[in-house]
Write a protein that binds this ligand. Structure first.
Ligand code: ADP
Ligand code: MG
Length: 390
């Protein structure tokens, strides 16, 4: 039986969207529509409470309506099956059974993690932390051992088809069939996901990933960068709500990296939730609104990027003396280090020492300051702090 995802919106008399059901579904010739508490059934719409009119929208129309509906939804906080989380994970464990005498491996040790809708969410962690295992479970490529996973409100076990339809994954490894052309690869992928011919947009995707001229070239003649772009395109054929990128820029050149991030930002602006793993901490810092750091199969930190960066208490104040100092500052709780060009770096813990006290120590040493700046911890510091020696 074919099941199609449809979107239903109800409007009040003023034409303002009041309720939107992006995860309603239909089977051919049979529509079940839910607006608020009202259930109506017919082929082309439904009546609603208080004279609301109902419409079935195509996916494209839905995307256009999404913004309006989000606003009115937020305003009315209407009851909805959907929470504001794109992904909800609780108690997720993965134990790989050891083969050929190898011991079993607990790759995920009870992960609880919610990923908000609309975010660019970073999954960071050292090699072997369990990032790919987590992503592959989301993608339906690896079977979990225990726990619950909800994707776009759909429980993975109760509604595998819908949860899978909500997410698109760009894998790290290049797994393209060398005999498909880019257009062919996109069409086959769309077929796998049951995307009807009229809902396919291979041309649009080829354009977006910059492979229009290569649409009919064999994949084996494409450069590494082109193949990677094609993988991004394949992840998008079924218009997923959530796009997952596993180390998308590992080993790619700067140009491709920029192109990828431009596309990702654009998709995010259009409302797509983005989840990515990356080894490049600078990139996570720049791209991600929120970050979870995973170590040995556990979430050791999860916060907004800004909060994570602010979470380190170690601060550094760098001063440029107006004349070379005779004595260096000397006070409890402050470390002193000479830098190139006569600058002095003063390290302190912001929990126990104030910037004022650091400045006082500088003045007490008879140093007049021509310039001063502070150095914030970067994500790498946070990362090392959290994953070191644990
Ligand atoms: P990451 O992506 O963070 O580098 P992975 O999820 O790939 O980490 O791996 C997490 C742990 O699980 C590692 O110790 C890895 O060796 C192990 N692992 C991953 N895949 C398998 C597998 N198919 N069989 C056995 N162990 C695996
Ligand atoms: Mg990995």
């Amino acid at each position: 039986m074919d099941v199609f995802r449809i979107t239903i919106a109800a409007f009040d008399k003023s034409g303002v969207g009041r309720n939107l059901q992006p995860h309603a579904w239909m089977t051919a010739g049979n529509v079940t529509a839910v607006a608020g508490d009202f259930v109506g059934v017919n082929n082309y719409g439904f009546g609603g409470l208080d004279g609301h009119r109902g419409f079935l929208l195509s996916v494209a129309e839905w995307q256009a309506m999404n913004y309006l509906a989000n606003m009115s939804e937020a305003a009315s906080r209407s009851k909805s099956a959907m929470t504001s989380n794109a992904i909800e994970i609780s108690g997720l464990r993965k134990i790989y059974r050891g083969s050929k005498g190898e011991p079993e491996k607990e790759a995920l040790k009870g992960i609880d993690l919610n990923i908000p809708q609309g975010s660019v969410f970073g999954l960071l962690g050292p090699n072997g932390a369990g990032k790919s295992t987590l992503i592959n479970i989301l993608a339906g490529l690896v079977l979990k051992s225990e726990g619950k996973v909800k994707i776009w409100g759909f429980d993975q076990d109760e509604n595998p088809r819908m949860s899978r339809a909500s997410i698109g994954v760009m894998p790290q490894e290049l797994n393209l069939d060398p005999f498909f052309t880019p257009r062919g690869a996109l069409e086959v992928q769309a077929g796998l996901y049951g995307v009807a011919a009229k809902d396919r947009d291979s041309d649009g995707i080829l354009k977006m990933i910059g492979l229009e001229d290569k649409a009919e070239a064999y994949a084996r003649t494409l450069s590494g960068g082109m193949r990677r772009r094609l993988l991004l395109g394949k992840a998008l054929v079924h218009h997923p709500h959530i796009l997952v990128l596993d180390e998308p820029t590992a080993g790619v050149d700067i140009e491709l990296r920029q192109m990828l991030w431009e596309n990702v930002r654009k998709l995010n602006r259009q409302g797509m939730t983005i989840i990515l793993t990356t080894h490049y901490l600078e990139e996570a810092e720049e791209m991600c609104d929120e970050i979870a750091i995973i170590n040995h199969g556990e979430v050791v930190a999860r916060d907004t990027t800004a909060n994570l960066l602010g979470s380190l208490d170690a601060k550094t104040m760098v001063i440029q003396p107006s004349v070379p100092p005779e004595t260096l500052p000397d006070a409890a709780g402050i470390t002193v280090e000479k830098r190139a060009g006569g600058a002095i770096a003063l390290g302190y813990n912001s929990k126990t020492t104030t910037a004022e006290q650091v400045l006082q120590a500088v003045h007490a040493a008879g140093i007049s300051i021509s310039d001063v700046k502070t150095e914030q911890a970067d994500l790498e510091d946070v990362f090392l702090d959290l994953t070191r020696s644990r």
